[in-house]
Structures are given as structure tokens and as C-alpha cells.
Design a protein around this ligand. Structure first.
Ligand code: M7G
Length: 293
């Protein structure tokens, strides 16, 4: 792939958030006068690179004391790449999504969903799904597809999530995007969708085993509620890696979802669901205006 210099024209406006331990930073700025978000993340070490890493690096001594010494290591640039994501033009919603801010747990009853959340989604207050349609119509990320089942009722596309650079299996992260076009989220699922969910569960696991040699019992497979994008998709992540968003407040294990629908066909239509929302999230304001926060 070609090397691009687009970031040389990036003008920083503010740091939206900065996660020291995860070595990840979210920056708001402009690119050619358009709002943009740049996300940079230092990537894990790869065992396969270690030999080259040691033979081609130089060390600058910081301090030495008895048997202890610390250094700054300069590695060859190709072994020290920074994973970077650019969103441009970025909307107000993107800036909110990436800004570090306080969250509150929201309670959503069946009625809240029907009177607050659903109208909110239908007014297209949510993120554009263009990137999802591009994947389903093979207009983008075509060469990244890991597995595809084209069936219009039970089919899906499995491909790497853009949070994963695919360099090591340790932080494996894929998403399965369903072919049916009318399932917005967990809330729309009924017993009718069990064949779709089981199909994704079985074929997704098999494809990941074949491609990455990672067995099913090493995978965390879940849905987000609320998601950011209201076209049903399932997250497949390495169990050994604490993916952002894998916590109990947003993640619903696919295995539980299937069982809940087996025990009650309308389980997710009726349940009260709990999830965190950020204070600047428009959905949060909508719940607040309705007196539900
Ligand atoms: P979500 O649960 O709707 O929202 O998941 P979240 O982003 O708040 O977790 C959407 C998933 O799709 C996330 O894991 C994103 O990293 C991933 N994703 C988002 N976009 C815009 C893209 C994209 O263009 N390509 C790919 N491959 N993944 C994306």
C-alpha cells in the first residue's frame, strides 16, 4: 500500500482523550479545513519480530546501578509502527464519542425503547451506516473479508474490526455484519433470528479457527447495547485481551442472547435493559428530557 503524508497538514485543536496505560490518544483537529479525529495507538510486541528487533536496535543508557540499568531503545521504524485511524470529515457525534466524559447508567424499559430510543434512531440521530453498506455491497474492505455467508436471511460477512491491525492474534478483533437489513440492534431480535445467530456463532468460530488457529473457547463473542451503529453486528474478540467495550455494562454474550430467545421468543422486546450513556450523547439528553434520568 502507498505511503501517504496526509497528517503533515493536520492541525491539532484539542486532545479528546488520552489513555496512558493503553498508549492510545484521540485528537481533534482539522485536515484541509475539515474537522477530523486522529486516533493513535502503540501496538503490542510481536514474538516473531524479536530477533530482528534486538539485532537492529541501538540502546541509549539512562542509568546504571549495580546489576540494574535502564535504556531508551531505538528500534528500526518498521518495527515501531503506530496504528493510526483517521475519521474525516468527523461529525459532532464523533467528537462526543471519542471525548473522555462522564457516563451514567440508563434504565430502558420496553416503553422507554418504544417512546424514546426508537424515535431517536428513526430520526437518524445516530451514526451513518454507509461504511456498513459499503462492506455488505463489497465496495470497501473487500480484500479483508475473512468469511462470507451470502444467505439473505441467515448470512453475514466476517472481517477484521478496524480497531485490530491483524499483526498478532493476541488482540484479535473481528466483526460479523448480518445480511438482513432490518435488524437494528439487540432490541429487534426475536426467536425468528435464532438460525441467523447460531449460524454466525458456528461459522464465525470455525472461520476464526481455520484462519487464526484460535479455538472457540478462546473467543469472547458479544453484541453491544446500545451500539454505535444500528445495523446488527457481532463482536468476536480474543478472550485474553481486554477489548474496550467488552465490559458487562455494554456487552451481551451471543451464547446468552441465543438462550434467552430460546426461553422467550420476545425476551429482548420486553426486558428492561441497562447501559451507560455519556453526558454529551444526544440519546442521553433525550432520556433526560423525557424525565427518565
Ligand atoms: P458498535 O458496538 O456499534 O460501537 O461496534 P462501538 O464502536 O461503540 O463499539 C461497531 C464496531 O465496528 C466497532 O468495534 C468499530 O471499531 C467497528 N468499525 C467502525 N467502523 C466505522 C468501521 C469500519 O469502517 N470498518 C471496520 N472494519 N470496522 C469498523
Amino acid at each position: 500500500p502507498e505511503c501517504q503524508k496526509i497528517l503533515s497538514g493536520f492541525k491539532t485543536s484539542s486532545v479528546l482523550s488520552d489513555y496512558t496505560r493503553e498508549k492510545r490518544i484521540f485528537i481533534h483537529g482539522t485536515l484541509a479545513d475539515q474537522d477530523a479525529v486522529v486516533i493513535m495507538e502503540k501496538t503490542p510486541f510481536r514474538e516473531d519480530d524479536l530477533a530482528e528487533f534486538f539485532s537492529n536496535s541501538t540502546l541509549k543508557l539512562d542509568m546504571k546501578n549495580d546489576i540494574y540499568s535502564t535504556y531508551k531503545l531505538r528500534a528500526p521504524p518498521h518495527l515501531n509502527e503506530i496504528k493510526t485511524t483517521v475519521v474525516c470529515p468527523a461529525t459532532e457525534k464523533h467528537l462526543n464519542k471519542y471525548k473522555r466524559q462522564e457516563s451514567f447508567l440508563v434504565e430502558e424499559t420496553k416503553t422507554d425503547y418504544e417512546s424514546i430510543t426508537l424515535p431517536f434512531i428513526e430520526k437518524q440521530n445516530t451514526f451513518s451506516l454507509q461504511w456498513v453498506y459499503n462492506i455488505l455491497q463489497k465496495k470497501a474492505e473487500v480484500e479483508r473479508i475473512v468469511y462470507e455467508d451470502p444467505d439473505s436471511d441467515t448470512g453475514f460477512m466476517l472481517l477484521p474490526d478496524f480497531k485490530w491491525d491483524q499483526k498478532q492474534v493476541d488482540d484479535l478483533y473481528l466483526i460479523a455484519i448480518v445480511h438482513p437489513m432490518n435488524i437494528k440492534s439487540l432490541r429487534d431480535l426475536t426467536a425468528e433470528h435464532i438460525p441467523l445467530l447460531k449460524n454466525i456463532w458456528q461459522k464465525g468460530q470455525a472461520a476464526i479457527l481455520e484462519r487464526y488457529s484460535l479455538p472457540a473457547n478462546k473467543l469472547r463473542v458479544y453484541l453491544h447495547y446500545q451500539p454505535s451503529y444500528y445495523h446488527l453486528h457481532i463482536h468476536f474478540t480474543n478472550l485474553g485481551y481486554d477489548t474496550p467495550g467488552c465490559g458487562v455494562d455494554r456487552a451481551h454474550l451471543l451464547s446468552d442472547v441465543i438462550q434467552n430467545l430460546q426461553s422467550d421468543p420476545d425476551y429482548y422486546k420486553k426486558r428492561t435493559l441497562y447501559f451507560p450513556l455519556r453526558v454529551d450523547d444526544k440519546l442521553f439528553s433525550t432520556f433526560k428530557e423525557a424525565g427518565r434520568v
